[in-house]
Design a protein around this ligand. Structure first.
Ligand code: ZN
Length: 135
């Protein structure tokens, strides 16, 4: 894995949270994006070389809604940038990590993603992401 790609924060009200983080970080979000497959709306901030992703659910049945119900708002996942997501998924599976998806899937911000179960990582949800090249 190359670096932390972003940190995901679960929020109840994206509009309010955007204002909080806008004031905190001194920048406006550069992107708002709906991820249909995860039933979430996301908002991204750039802070120097790092990124923060705010996530709000639009469906009470979503994994994110259940997360907030159980644990409240807060840090939801840490995402790592990987050059070849399929290779990394195969490697982790072989090492005994429990992956949430069998196949890489389209995520927010032009990425292929896969989640690693928090059970495998001391309670932390890990996201693998590979940049989708446009050319
Ligand atoms: Zn993420």
């Amino acid at each position: 894995m190359r670096k932390i790609e972003h940190i995901g924060i679960a929020v109840k009200d994206l509009g309010k949270a955007e204002l909080v983080y806008q004031k905190l970080l001194g920048v406006t979000p550069y992107k708002r994006e709906i991820v249909e497959s995860e039933h979430v709306t996301t908002s991204f901030f750039r802070v120097g070389p790092n990124k923060i992703e705010l996530l709000e659910s639009f469906n009470e049945e979503s994994a994110l809604s259940k997360f907030i119900e159980k644990r409240g708002e807060g840090i939801h996942h840490i995402a790592f940038d990987v050059p070849d997501i399929q290779k990394e998924m195969d490697r982790l599976k072989k090492e005994g990590y429990q992956l949430i998806h069998d196949q890489p899937k389209p995520g927010a911000d032009n990425k292929l993603i896969c989640f690693v179960h928090p059970k495998s990582c001391n309670g932390v949800l890990i996201e693998l992401c590979q940049e989708i090249k446009d050319d």
